[in-house]
Design a protein around this ligand. Sequence first.
Ligand SMILES: Cc1cc2nc3c(=O)[nH]c(=O)nc-3n(C[C@H](O)[C@H](O)[C@H](O)COP(=O)(O)O)c2cc1C
Length: 468
Amino acid sequence: MRNNQDSSQAVAWPTIIQGGMGVGVSNWCLARAVALRGQLGVVSGTALDTVLIRRLQDGDPGGHLRRALAAFPQQEVVQPILEAWYIPGGKPADAPYKLKPLPTNEMLREDEALLIVANFVEVYLAKEGHSGLVGINLLEKIQLPTLPSLFGAMLAGVDVVIMGGGIPLSIPGLLDKMAQLEPVEMRLNVVSANRDQVFHTSFHPGTHVSAAQGELKRPLFFAVIASDVLAKTLVKKANGHVDGFVIEHHSAGGHNAPPRRGDAYGERDVCSVQKVAELGRPFWLAGSCASPESLAAAKAMGAYGVQVGTAFACCEESGILDSIKSEIIEKHRKGTLEVITDFKASPTGYPFKRVEVEANARREACRACDLGYLRTIYLKSDGILGYRCPAGPRKPFLSKGGTADEAEGKHCLCNGLLATIGLGQTRRGIPVQPLVTWGEDMSFLDAILDPNKSAYTAGDVLDFLIGS
Ligand SMILES: Cc1cc2nc3c(=O)[nH]c(=O)nc-3n(C[C@H](O)[C@H](O)[C@H](O)COP(=O)(O)O)c2cc1C
């Protein structure tokens, strides 16, 4: 940790950011383990409402969720959630999970409440019993759950909001307002709407917590960027203060920024670190940075440290199924691990890194859009908002104005990523197969993991990067 001289808040900036990894890969256990060691642990905020209700339907082993729910400031909001979703002892393993309604811009109050509570729970558990820093990661492209999610995280005292997957110009100002419990609205990205047709999603904190709650801490805001031009735009045009940047290289796991030209990355896709440094904001480098040498090199370029994902995704505390972690470790050791940058797979349109694992080999296209986080919002001919996902059932997608080209090669990330953390749906007795995202660099593994061992902890990653 290093103390920041410029900020009005006395912030002890972390050297290591454990990157946010959705869905549920960077869960509260992982973020807490990192925060306990004095670095920044980041929970993924993606799809947390579904993660919460599925964990409750699994019987909340260990009682952690119910402990966090009991700490939520308005218990009258919590009771209906427990009544609707908690199954003592858990549902039968082959029974399907009950689903919540798909996100839309006409969200019911109870669905908003579920988002607030789910984000509160994840941050509360990550922060429980220590004073270390905990952040939350959200994707700019997933807009509809954003406002209640941020508010829930803020109610639990989240320290940092980290946002990638888009251009989050409107988020810093929203954080300022939400901290004052003021109503907020955020412009929606609506395809096929013209300039004059503007749509917003809005949120009023006061409808969920009483003013007696008092104002909340405004978390720091870090944007994940892949270009210095974007960093400059955010500094100049964002509606509030951007406190820092994570400069992510295209070798990083998860979604990547698209290449400037075609389907291959080149020199022009590498961000100028110097130009970002000139903006005078703290920054961290990400993507193949999991080594003490990369950390030293990042610091030499003016970075406060590095953000690391893959090395933490593979450790014991991460949410990924143990069977998948073991298979990846084995494949790496045999030299057969292949990380593909798939330019088609993600409904977001962004390139997405994935690895083939045993369970994928049997994978059939999952085209049931029953979670809907990545649906595109479009304008119907009657002026009303519609929703469609290129990875969803083909016929309705085409009838809603989508094209066959857009649907080509798409994977259902919502269902596949939930299966990767053991919360996959079962349909007619058949479990949905996992979809695994991964970074290109696994070189850390040989240094962290003894050849006779098959697992390591988040603490081992930190020992390797910064010493014990
Ligand atoms: C399994 C996995 C899931 C990820 N999911 C997200 C995500 O939801 N949001 C995000 O901003 N970055 C995501 N990332 C990127 C990480 O936060 C981090 O920036 C990146 O992994 C750093 O590169 P490295 O994997 O080479 O360490 C993900 C990475 C991995 C490995």
